[in-house]
Write a protein that binds this ligand. Structure first.
Ligand code: NAD
Ligand code: MG
Length: 400
């Protein structure tokens, strides 16, 4: 299979600077890091739209600074509150509801879309951007887990391009540069920090709390991905993401735990060479790499000093304590509909855990049960995917 992100396809748009950008999920962790990049390089970007979910306060603060012509939020009821926080001489168009994000993702004037909504809600806007032929800086890995096949087809039909923001996949993209012919790849090696519970046995995970699970050692991220990192489901979703991005089967995507988060991933070639991408962990680096691609810009961040970093260590993930990685690989191997079920059950279980309704070990148990209940179905359309997503959420919540 041919990857659609490497090399830069001839047909793909190569927007000039300044680039007109739509930031979906601007109020989140990735969104705020992206705004640091954008606001640090005002000559390179024009912000066309900012889209948040329910955090009106933060959306208003961002909008006041950047004054984009379009804003989006989830609830129509919140529009007057948002307007009240904006100066009287600034009258952006405010779109609401799930379809608002699809509309913004396909705006004619947009050169690049940052897809940084969390969860399955990011799927439709990512697909809309792919259909509209945009350059997509993709943080929302769930959209590839749900419908990587549809996004790939849409990119191929429209000439859209996906650039991976996820640090591991961005590292792979960089390590693949100049190796557009993917026949020389032996395997991809994704690094995982191991999260806050690295080294614990399954038994020692039984009583862990929400706050312990949220305390990631190296990265500061949104709540959902922080829990996913602690269970290694994040790495499982990333294996599926890598398979879609680089057109490889799951057996060619290996995972190694690397607690220092300095080596962000590696490509191993047939001759045994392994090319790694390294740097201090800060999401501004992969975000800037995508938003400015192929240009490199200075970010004013602390630089990696290997002598100070000292020892870099690597170890195998523990499959007993962290079954989510196996569940994700099995789901991907089982067919296109299983990853949809995996993702939906995970989102429900993580949400219940965050609300302290279930214990930590119930997260993998609920996902495994949902996968066991599922029989493969056709997911050839976005509607079929979203219907399966809804149905799985309903069943998983009922089984709680
Ligand atoms: P976050 O929770 O901090 O932010 C999520 C954003 O999405 C917010 O702007 C929120 O308002 C918006 N949102 C939430 N639900 C929505 C809905 N139903 N409709 C529209 N908007 C909605 O999450 P994050 O950590 O920034 O992660 C965003 C995405 O990026 C996730 O898919 C995650 O896996 C991926 N990612 C994050 C990181 C990271 O360091 N945070 C790294 C790699 C990949
Ligand atoms: Mg990642």
């Amino acid at each position: 299979m041919q990857s659609y992100i490497s090399p830069w396809p001839e047909t793909a748009p190569k927007p000039d600077f300044p680039r007109s950008v739509v930031l979906l999920g601007s109020t989140g962790s990735i969104g705020t890091s992206a705004l640091k990049v954008v606001e640090g390089h005002p000559d390179l970007f024009q912000v066309l739209a900012l889209a948040g979910g329910r955090n009106i306060q933060r959306l208003a603060q961002q909008a006041v600074r950047l004054r984009p012509p379009y804003l989006a939020l989830l609830e129509q009821d919140a529009v007057p509150r948002l307007r009240a926080l904006l100066p009287p001489d600034y009258l952006p168009e405010i779109l609401t509801g799930p379809s608002a994000y699809d509309t913004l993702a396909a705006l004619d004037q947009a050169d690049m879309i940052l897809s940084a909504i969390v969860g399955a809600a990011g799927f439709r806007p990512t697909l809309a951007a792919a259909r509209a032929g945009k350059v997509i800086a993709l943080a929302n890995k769930e959209s590839l887990v749900l419908g990587g096949h549809l996004i790939r087809e849409a990119c191929q039909a429209s000439g859209a391009l996906v650039l991976p923001v996820d640090s591991e996949h961005n590292a792979l993209f960089q390590a693949l540069a100049g190796h557009g012919d993917d026949s020389g790849i032996y395997r991809l090696i994704l690094t995982a920090s191991g999260g806050p519970f690295r080294g614990r046995t399954r038994e020692q995970l039984r009583g862990v709390t929400r706050n312990q699970a949220l305390a990631h050692p190296n990265w500061s991220m949104g709540a959902k991905i922080s829990i996913d990192s602690s269970t290694l489901m994040n790495k499982g979703l990333e294996v599926i993401e890598a398979c879609h991005l680089y057109g490889l089967p799951a057996e060619q995507v290996h995972v190694v735990v690397h607690p220092q988060s300095i080596v962000h991933s590696l490509v191993e070639y047939l001759d045994g060479s392994q090319l790694a991408h390294m740097g201090l962990p800060d999401m501004q680096v992969p975000i800037a790499h995508c938003l400015c691609y192929p240009r490199r810009v200075s970010l004013g961040l602390e630089r990696l000093d290997l002598a100070r970093a000292g020892t870099l260590t690597f170890e195998e993930p523990d499959p007993e304590a962290f079954p989510c990685l196996r569940l994700a690989k099995e789901a991907f191997a089982a067919g296109a509909s299983h990853p949809v079920v995996l993702n939906a059950a995970n989102e429900v279980a993580v949400d219940l855990f965050l609300h302290e309704k279930i214990g930590y070990l119930k997260i993998p148990a609920m996902i495994e049960a949902a996968l066991e209940r599922h029989t493969a179905t056709a997911v050839d359309t976005p509607e079929a995917i979203l219907e399966l997503d809804r149905e799985t959420r309903r069943q998983t919540a009922d089984q709680q």
